[in-house]
Design a protein around this ligand. Structure first.
Ligand SMILES: NC(=O)c1ccc[n+]([C@@H]2O[C@H](COP(=O)([O-])OP(=O)(O)OC[C@H]3O[C@@H](n4cnc5c(N)ncnc54)[C@H](O)[C@@H]3O)[C@@H](O)[C@H]2O)c1
Length: 423
């Protein structure tokens, strides 16, 4: 059954939602307030990198099932279901800033069709469904929470093959209508009250961040006691209660979600009178992880970054995306620059601008004349890098691999001194 859908916000979540729903046969109108973005999308040009998304956008536009308009009001008049996919950044006090959600809700209130369901896909604190309800202020419209769990870098696959679909609503009828939209997707649908749905999203992200910070802390223990993190991960990951996924040490978690969502959950808990000390510890431990990686680079350079040239592989917060929001790679590079280093950076997709940083077109070009190489993002092209080429281009053959992607025997064979994490 084809449903008429509007999507408000065409970022990583909104555009993926719109393009995938069109792919499933629904008629989708996507709205954004960024006129340049809308103009590009109307010509099926995707303004950011997400594998497989451009193809789906082209397919939807060509089939006449996907269109783009400027502003929410123009998108919703014919829509049965309206998805809010706008940003919920961090406010100054660590809580979630709801101003974009409020503005988006306000922009559609008057033009919503009677009986429409507004579906909140933005990550929002408990109680936000009622905030949206108050702003829309219509008896003939229902607000439902439907948090999104897609990962940048595999957003399309995650949307079309999710582990679960969570729908938070007090209205069984509205819940059924949202679930029907996903009927061709093979995933369990869990219908909860809105507060539980909103909590599930924050709890999932907080748990995943905790898992990464835990393995990073175990990597520090491995370094302290002479154990090998790779073996330790294999050993604990084969316990089914723990599982092998999300157990990779690295430079610390980042991206557009974990940092703001962990802080928002601390703030949500605080407002409810609970001091979430565990999660505060995870956040502090993540900041320490960035510092530990910078200390490794300092160590590789003999104690000081002043006047050094560092080659940096990776800017994106993880492989598969061009997103640099709260990227640990960028956080670490900023400290290197602040301590007086010059950085020659390479990333296959992401771009940043910084005084003291030059961005070059290849991994080997980044190494040209550098005093050390630091690997910051786990792009697959780094796994098979030409290490002999690295060794001949570096002034000193030393590499800090914050992602443990390079092969130690291959690095040794190329004459490189390799500093990894937890080994
Ligand atoms: N990025 C992720 O991996 C991810 C995953 C799950 C959930 N989320 C959540 O989804 C939400 C959106 O995240 P994102 O990464 O897609 O954001 P984004 O910054 O990539 O995109 C948001 C878009 O909304 C547009 N916008 C802002 N106000 C608008 C308005 N009033 N009307 C129409 N468009 C408007 C912006 O111009 C932008 O294009 C956030 O709450 C985020 O926490 C993100």
């Amino acid at each position: 059954m084809s449903t008429s859908v509007a999507v408000i916000g065409t970022g990583y979540v909104g555009l993926t939602t719109g393009a995938c729903l069109a792919h499933l046969g629904h008629r989708v109108t996507c709205a954004d307030i960024d006129a340049a973005k809308v103009a590009a999308l109307a010509e099926a040009r995707v303004p950011f990198y997400e594998p497989g998304l451009a193809e789906l956008v082209r397919e939807g536009v060509a089939a006449g099932r996907l269109r783009f308009v400027l502003g929410g009001a123009a998108a919703v008049d014919g829509a049965d279901l309206v998805f809010l996919c706008v940003p919920t950044p961090q406010a100054d006090d660590g809580s979630a800033d709801l101003s974009y959600v409020e503005a988006a809700a306000g922009s559609i209130a008057a033009t919503l069709r009677p009986g429409a369901v507004v579906v909140n896909k933005s990550t929002v604190p408990v109680g936000s469904a009622s905030v949206v309800e108050r702003i829309i202020a219509r008896d003939d419209v229902t607000v439902v929470s439907n948090p999104e769990f897609l990962r940048e870098g595999s957003a399309v696959a995650d949307f079309l093959r999710p582990d679960r679909v969570i729908i938070g609503t007090e209205s069984a009828e509205a819940g059924r209508r949202v679930a029907a939209l996903y009927h061709s997707i093979d995933a369990p649908v869990l219908i909860t009250d809105p507060a539980s749905a909103e909590t599930i999203k924050y709890a999932a992200n907080a748990f995943l961040a905790t898992k990464i910070s835990f393995v990073n802390a175990i990597a520090a223990v491995c370094e302290a006691v002479g154990a090998d993190i790779g073996d330790v991960i294999r050993g604990i990951g084969s316990d089914r209660r723990i599982g092998p996924d999300f157990l990779r040490p690295g430079p610390g978690w980042g991206g557009s979600c974990f940092p703001k969502d962990t802080r928002a959950l601390v703030s949500i808990a605080e407002q409810g009178g609970y001091d979430f000390r565990l999660l505060r510890g995870v956040i502090a431990s993540n900041a320490e992880q960035h510092d530990r990686m910078v200390a490794k680079v300092r160590q590789a350079l003999g104690g000081s970054l002043r006047g050094a040239t560092v080659a940096a592989w990776g800017l994106a917060f993880k492989a598969g995306t061009d997103d640099v929001r709260d990227s640990p790679a960028v956080a670490i590079i900023d400290v290197l620059l602040a301590e007086g280093a010059t950085v020659r950076a390479y990333d296959p997709q992401a771009v940043i601008a910084r005084q003291g940083l030059v961005q070059v077109g290849s991994a080997l070009a980044a190494c040209e004349g550098a005093d050390a190489l630091v690997v910051l993002t786990e792009w697959s092209e780094f796994l098979g890098a030409d290490l002999d080429g690295v060794a001949t281009r570096l002034r000193t053959p030393v590499v800090v691999d914050t992602r443990n992607v390079l092969d130690p025997p291959a690095a040794a064979a190329a004459g490189l001194t390799l500093l990894g994490v937890g080994r």
